[in-house]
Design a protein around this ligand. Structure first.
Ligand code: ADE
Length: 249
């Protein structure tokens, strides 16, 4: 996958793109990420990229010219590639569709993404109308810019690309993938400061461990995110366990 980030603050991405799992994915060539400074495309003497909003009001708005030229520059690099037309242009904005695991799964199958990070009061509407395929929000709150949301999106999308994580199995069982929260995890030592790891995990009985984990997932979800149970695909046994749990409260 290729990802192009359009931002006024490229330095914010430096350690993010070179550290840990994402850093390794970039090194292995599983994902190619390029950061572009929108200001470099401003055609005025002072390299100004934003201006006051027409009609008045607080804050600054990213001007259409630098952003449009930056997008055209990125698209011209794509033109040599066959996937040019399939490139999805995403604007990170509190007005967007809220990012979910399902959306991340769909985006992880795209050959390329262009991410536009707004700042201050946002970007000129004409850019959204002309270029943007999708607006994405990371939650119902307002941040000072789209850089952190872009990092959130890149992190949760790229880890779903085959080969990025060590084991694809961990994706199948983790929170949100199966519509439930994950079961609790333990590692050595078996007794820490008097607190023991649940005996079943030391039993070596894989069937029992699987059943226990499923029950812990259900218990966790019921306690922390009961809203998720309505959409989860549950078995007869799951319903029975949940009923017992509720009855014992
Ligand atoms: N820019 C500012 N706030 C945002 C949010 N919640 N999601 C995405 N982009 C944003």
């Amino acid at each position: 996958m290729r990802i192009d980030i359009l931002t006024l603050f490229p330095e914010m991405f430096e350690s993010f793109l070179t550290t840990s799992i994402l850093g390794r994915a970039v090194e292995k060539g599983l994902v190619s990420i390029k950061v572009h400074n929108i200001r470099d495309f401003a055609d005025n003497k002072h390299k100004q990229a934003d201006d006051y909003p027409y009609g008045g009001g607080a804050g600054m708005v990213l001007m259409p010219q630098p952003l449009s030229d930056c997008i055209k520059h990125v698209l011209s690099q794509y033109r040599e590639k066959t996937y040019e037309k399939k490139t999805k242009i995403i604007y990170l904005s509190p007005q967007g569709q809220v990012l979910s695991q399902q959306m991340a799964r769909e985006l992880s199958k795209e050959p390329s993404l262009i991410l536009i990070c707004g700042h201050y009061e946002g970007i000129d509407q004409r850019i959204i109308d002309r270029y943007v395929d999708m607006e994405v929000s990371i939650g119902d709150y307002v941040l000072t810019g789209g850089e952190i949301p872009a990092m959130v999106l890149i992190d949760c999308v790229t880890r779903l690309i085959p080969g990025v994580l060590g084991s694809q199995e961990s994706i199948l069982e983790e929170s949100h993938t199966a519509g439930l929260l994950e079961y609790p995890q333990y590692t050595r030592p078996a007794v820490y400061d008097g607190d023991e790891v649940p005996q079943v995990l030391l039993s070596g009985d894989h069937e029992r461990i699987k059943r226990w984990r499923r029950q812990q997932s259900l218990k966790n979800t019921l306690k922390k995110r009961p809203d998720m149970l309505k959409k989860a695909s549950l078995t007869e046994e799951d319903y029975k366990f949940l009923k017992e749990l509720k009855d014992s409260e």
